[in-house]
Design a protein around this ligand. Sequence first.
Ligand code: CTP
Length: 216
Amino acid sequence: MRLLITAGPTREPIDPVRFLSNRSSGRMGYALAEAASKAGHEVLLISGPVSILPPANVELIRVETAREMFDAVRIHLPGCTAAIFSAAVADYRPAHTASQKIKKSATTLTLELERTEDILGSVRSHFAFTGFLVGFAAETENLIAHAQDKLSRKGCDLIIANDVSQPGIGFDSAENEVTLCLPGGQTIPLPRQSKTTLARELIAHISRLSSLKSPK
Ligand code: CTP
C-alpha cells in the first residue's frame, strides 16, 4: 500500500503567542506509521505538532493548523491506495487571529470561533479519493452507534472507534482499546494493549481489508 496517515493535534492561533489545541500526543498515528513502514508499506505521515520522533523510513510533512493539514492531504492524497485519519483536528478555530498579543483588560473575554475544514469528510466528496479510507471515532457515549454513523456519513471503509471516557486509554495515553466498525454493521473488538502492538494489528487488518476491496 501507499499509505497516507494524519496524526497529532492541530493548533489554531488566537494571537502570536496563543493557540487552541487538544491533548493528542500523536502516539497512535506515529505507531501506525511505524507499523506500516515495518510491514513494507510506503508511508506518508502528515503530522500536527508533537514531541515524539518520527519513525524511520517514513516521509514526514509537518503542519500546524487544520487548514494546513487539509491542504497537505489534498495535495498528497492522489497516488495513495489507503488513508488513515488519526489526527485530532480542531473542529473550531478563532474567527479572527490577532496580529499582536492580546492584552488583558475586561474581566471576561469572548472568542468567536468558526468551523475548520472537515478533512476526513472531504476525502470522498471533494478529493474524489477511491482508495481504502479509515477514520477514527473518539466518543464518550454510544460508541458503536456514533462510529457507524460516521462510517456512512464520511464514506469510510473502516472506523476505529475508541471510548475516550475510560481512563488510561486513547488520548495522550500509551494504551488503547478499540472496536473496528465495518460497513454492514460488522464490529471487531480488539483488546486493550499498547499503541505499538495495537498498531501492528490494525495495519494487518487494514492491509487485508484493503486488498479484499481492490484485489491486485
Ligand atoms: N477529522 C478530520 N477533520 C476534522 C475533524 C475530524 O479529518 N476537522 C477526522 C479525525 O481525524 C477522525 C474523524 O474525523 O478520523 C473523526 O473525528 P470527529 O471529530 O470525531 O468526527 P465528527 O464527525 O466531526 O464528529 P462529531 O460530530 O463527534 O464532532
